[in-house]
Write a new protein. Structure first.
Ligand SMILES: [Zn+2]
Length: 173
């Protein structure tokens, strides 16, 4: 019996018989301990990234886009069919629309990730809604058409934007 005989294993890379505790294969020079830990870490990372991906399911975008579609459609329809001549009321509706649309754009932008259409629409929306908000707050118009213009422009952008956000958020689930 060979006294030098030690417990052996086969190198996972080249298949040569090597010492059980060897850290490096003497035949192919592969680092065995490094490779073993490399083998474990990706599994841990994947379970961590799975947990990290859960917020990316865009639930907040989905909920906000559904509320948005309802809010924007109703204010657009109301603005177009109502016979109100109260400019302040129409401006008030417009401000409600953009005060919802601005945080909605921010939430959509944060969750857009690599969804370019949503990202671009969120950025344009953020700029447009902010400008409309400033315009409405600064406006001292008594012109009904002008007041309605703010509401219509805001909603004509906000509605398709909400639909895109909703579709993207459904796809992400
Ligand atoms: Zn080897």
């Amino acid at each position: 019996m060979n006294m030098n005989e030690v417990e052996t294993k086969n190198c996972p890379f080249c298949g040569e018989e090597i010492a059980y505790g060897a850290k490096k294969c003497k035949y192919c020079n592969e680092w065995l301990d490094v490779k073993e830990s490399d083998f474990r870490e990706p599994m841990m990372e994947s379970s961590v990234s799975e947990m990290a991906e859960k917020p990316k399911k865009m639930t907040s975008v989905k909920v906000m886009s559904i509320i948005g579609i309802v809010l924007f459609s109703l204010t657009l329809i109301y603005g177009l069919v109502s016979e109100t001549e109260d400019v302040d009321e129409i401006i008030g509706d417009g401000i409600v629309v953009v005060l919802y649309a601005i945080p909605f754009s921010i939430v959509a932008l944060v969750h857009a990730g690599k969804r370019m259409a949503l990202k671009v629409m969120s950025i344009i929306g953020l700029i447009l809604f902010s400008l409309l908000l400033i315009g409405m707050l600064a406006s001292e118009t008594s012109d009904l058409e002008e007041a309605l213009g703010f509401v219509v422009i805001a909603n004509l952008y906000a509605i398709p934007f909400s639909i895109v956000a909703l579709v993207q958020s459904i796809k992400s689930n």
